[in-house]
Design a protein around this ligand. Structure first.
Ligand SMILES: *Cc1c(COP(=O)(O)O)cnc(C)c1O
Length: 471
């Protein structure tokens, strides 16, 4: 059929809008503005495909199907639940830390009504949102003062801007790092208006390197925790303590960007070498910043702690207003921080810590339960190592148990896709042409659902004939 004939044969917008399939086919009533918009979009796509020769004939049923699929897509939630079978506990693409129940309960309560976000209940007058978590952060870290902003990148920016705009910040060359998702120390520095003064070399920086760079222009000595990689071999970096000594000697503040934000010492379980915030403060850092949703295991936030003199200045900066967190974040953060008052409670109740510390024997039991729920499938359980992720604990691998799920007639990439697309989305990983689900990140409460969705989405009893229709 010729292109012009096909273009002429395309149904009118009105025909589609009043098509019975679109009235009754979906259980939700389709908003008419949406139906009109989607119909126009689909017709445009059809016109283009006709002109480009991709379409051989106009098919009203197919057009209606396209309209329906697009409407369904628009009406679905776009931020969706995922069952994380990657094994990466702090997966930046999958929302990093899973919040503790205590945080979820408190967020819900605070969000569903009014709250004293900026109201001092004792005085009956205006209060400050900074007061909500400042005391508990001080208690937990030993710092003189604290404040919270939107994330740690914002914290770094605010600190540099307030303390070092137009002046120099001395940083070791080995610490000019990039964290996934385009956070670069050098770029944040230039955006903030501070001038980066690199010292030392990639693998070695000595105290004398910092000392030689100090001058009238120096505003800050900065140390960046290399959260997502480690340099090994012939290396040398100076400690916070030494840097703080230099800072005192020359009357220059010392700032450490600690990245992950560890309040619970994982080293006592033999996991990693991540310094805890308390140490950085004790060793004399004037300012320390870290994320709320990495190893701390709370909501996305950037926490700044340190000497009151500096924190007070930052609170007054106009940027603090732009970078401030909302009541829901504060609710989640306060509830998470409270758990740290009792470390035994923290490691039980905070999912990020719980997942990191979970013994491999428990993962094995979980995986076996999963396998037992799917007797008709070919599932092999293996032990291997996974990473924590989220730019945390770079040199640590945790032993884990994975289920290698094989299907009688679906290849790994099809299995992967069929489990990924759907609600909840189930994300595993493919390794050597095998589909794997890692039980370090699949919580006990999700095992039954997971098995059910596997049965539904990739049934093992499906007749072989359907194979062609799989994609
Ligand atoms: C992760 C990280 C950041 C960025 O923190 P966000 O909370 O993701 O904004 C900054 N610095 C270091 C050292 C980090 O590890």
């Amino acid at each position: 059929m010729s292109i012009s004939v096909m273009l002429r044969d395309l149904p009118a917008t009105q025909v589609i809008i009043h098509h019975p399939e679109l009235k009754t086919g979906t259980d939700q009533k389709i908003p008419s503005a949406l139906l009109l918009q989607v119909t126009r979009e689909v017709l445009n796509i059809w016109r283009r495909r006709i002109r480009e020769g991709e379409v051989k004939e106009v098919d009203l049923d197919k057009i209606i199907k396209d309209v329906k699929a697009r409407i369904e897509h628009t009406l679905n939630f776009h931020l969706k639940e995922v069952i994380n079978g990657t094994g990466i506990i702090l997966h930046t693409n999958l929302g990093r830390a899973v919040l503790p129940d205590e945080a979820i309960d408190h967020m819900t309560k605070v969000a569903g009504g009014y709250c004293n976000l900026e109201y001092n209940i004792e005085l009956g007058s205006r209060g400050s949102r900074h007061d909500i978590v400042e005391n508990i952060i001080k208690t937990l870290t030993g710092a003189e003062a604290a404040m919270v902003v939107n994330n740690n990148a914002a914290a770094v920016f605010l600190i540099l801007r307030e303390i070092a705009k137009g002046r120099e910040v001395i940083v070791s060359r080995g610490e000019i790092i990039e964290i996934g998702g385009s956070f670069r120390v050098s770029e944040i520095m230039s955006e903030s208006g501070a001038i980066l003064r690199e010292v030392g070399t990639t693998n070695k920086t000595h105290k004398i390197d910092y000392e030689k760079a100090i001058g009238a222009q120096t505003a800050l000595l900065m140390k960046v925790h290399t959260s997502n990689f480690c340099v090994s071999g012939f290396t040398q970096a100076i400690s916070v303590e030494e840097l703080a000594g230099l800072g005192k000697q020359y009357d220059i503040p010392v700032y450490e960007d600690l990245g992950s934000g560890v309040l619970y010492d994982l080293r006592k379980h033999g996991i990693g070498r991540e310094p805890i915030i308390q140490e950085s403060i004790k060793d004399g850092a004037d300012i320390v910043s870290f994320s709320g949703d990495k190893l701390l295991g709370g909501p996305q936030a950037g926490i700044i702690v340190g000497k009151k003199k500096w924190i007070d200045r930052m609170k007054k900066n106009q940027l603090a207003r732009m970078l401030r967190v909302d009541k829901v974040t504060l609710a989640a953060l306060e509830a998470t921080l409270r758990l740290y008052l009792d470390p035994a409670k923290a490691k039980q109740s905070i999912p990020a810590l719980r997942s990191i510390l979970q013994p491999v024997e428990e993962l094995q039991e979980r995986a076996e339960r999963f396998r037992a729920l799917l007797p008709e499938y070919d599932i092999e359980l293996c032990q291997m190592d996974t990473e924590v992720g989220g730019g945390s604990l770079p040199d640590v691998t945790l032993p884990t148990v994975v289920a290698v799920l094989r299907h009688s007639h679906l290849p790994a990439h099809i299995l992967e896709k069929k489990l990924r697309i759907g609600s909840p989305s189930i994300i595993g990983r493919i390794s050597k042409d095998q589909f794997l689900l890692d039980f370090r990140t699949i919580e006990e409460k999700n095992i039954d659902r997971l098995a059910q969705h596997v049965k539904q989405r990739v049934p093992e009893n499906a007749p072989k004939l359907k194979e062609a229709a799989v994609e």
